[in-house]
Ligand binder design. Structure first.
Ligand code: NAD
Length: 258
């Protein structure tokens, strides 16, 4: 049995992962942690009391699954390193410094970071990379996403993941061509840019559309998440795959063989 430690256990994804664990053969909930002061602390999740001690949870787990906030990442990585346990990072809104911290921890333990853990989105990213590689700069690439009203980061981690796939296909650096948050008199679209637009509202679990637009024609490659269970199942699949792996940084592509 793989012992899974849940970080951010009282959140939307934490609860979805705990629910998915009930139907996951080979996995057991080792424990659950949330931020000190969070309303969920002290309540029961699948019969396990949600606590606050990340270090103790890491010591009791084969793999930690982290769906919290970027602010929690340094402590979560340190706890995984100290306990020698693997870590799946599903949290989004990560900055370059967060990625550098992940790289550093991955020298000592197995870390899998994924802005989106669903099979569909990871396959979509592969298709976007291929399309961007085949089509020239006269095809404009725009990425539109919509999420529920509670989401705190924009563009979504998944939109950025898709933007990175498009940039890879074109052989460019996303940071150099990214066009985010257009407003006012922006001037004409710069050739080669990859644009992002974010919508927020309701309970949408995650919609993404990559539009490749040329003169007179348009390709739209999209994905709609109907509920969080797809991310939860993917995160568990990643955790089961990661437990016991040698130190290193891994991706969903490694898990899904895409
Ligand atoms: P949420 O706000 O419902 O839950 C986050 C939980 O983390 C809360 O219970 C909160 O108390 C806890 N938390 C926040 N800061 C913390 C800290 N510093 N230390 C410890 N715990 C802390 O959010 P959510 O919808 O469950 O999403 C969580 C994260 O996962 C977000 O970054 C979101 O974008 C991301 N996400 C990723 C995927 C994916 O497939 N990788 C899918 C959905 C959401």
């Amino acid at each position: 049995m793989t012992r899974i430690g849940l970080l951010g256990a009282g959140g939307r994804m934490g609860r979805a992962i705990a629910a998915a664990l009930q139907d996951a053969p080979g996995a057991v909930l080792a424990g659950a942690v949330d931020r000190a002061g969070a309303p969920s602390v002290g309540t029961l999740l699948c019969g396990v009391e949600i606590g606050t001690d990340v270090g103790a949870l890491a010591a009791a787990s084969d793999v930690l699954v982290d769906f919290t906030s970027p602010a929690a990442l340094p402590d979560n990585l340190a706890a995984a390193e100290a306990a020698g346990c693997a870590l799946v990072v599903g949290t989004t809104g990560l900055e370059p410094a967060d990625h550098a911290r992940i790289d550093a921890a991955a020298r000592h333990v197995a870390v899998l970071q994924a802005a989106n853990t669903s099979l569909g989105v990871n396959l979509l990213a592969a298709l976007v990379e291929q399309a961007a590689a085949r089509l020239g700069d006269d095809w404009d690439i725009e990425i539109v996403e919509m999420h529920h009203r509670h989401k705190v980061d924009a563009p979504s981690g998944t939109a950025l993941l898709l933007g990175q796939a498009a940039a890879r296909g074109r052989g460019v650096d996303l940071a150099a061509v990214s066009a985010r948050g257009r407003d006012g008199i922006t001037g004409a679209r710069r050739s080669g840019d990859i644009g992002f637009a974010s919508l927020r509202g309701g309970s949408v679990a995650g919609d993404h559309m990559v539009v490749l637009a040329a003169d007179g024609e348009r390709i739209e490659l999209g994905h709609r998440a109907e509920d969080r269970s797809i991310f939860a199942r993917g995160a568990l699949k990643a955790a089961l795959w990661l437990a016991g792996k040698p130190a290193g940084r891994y991706s969903m592509g490694d898990v899904l063989g895409i």
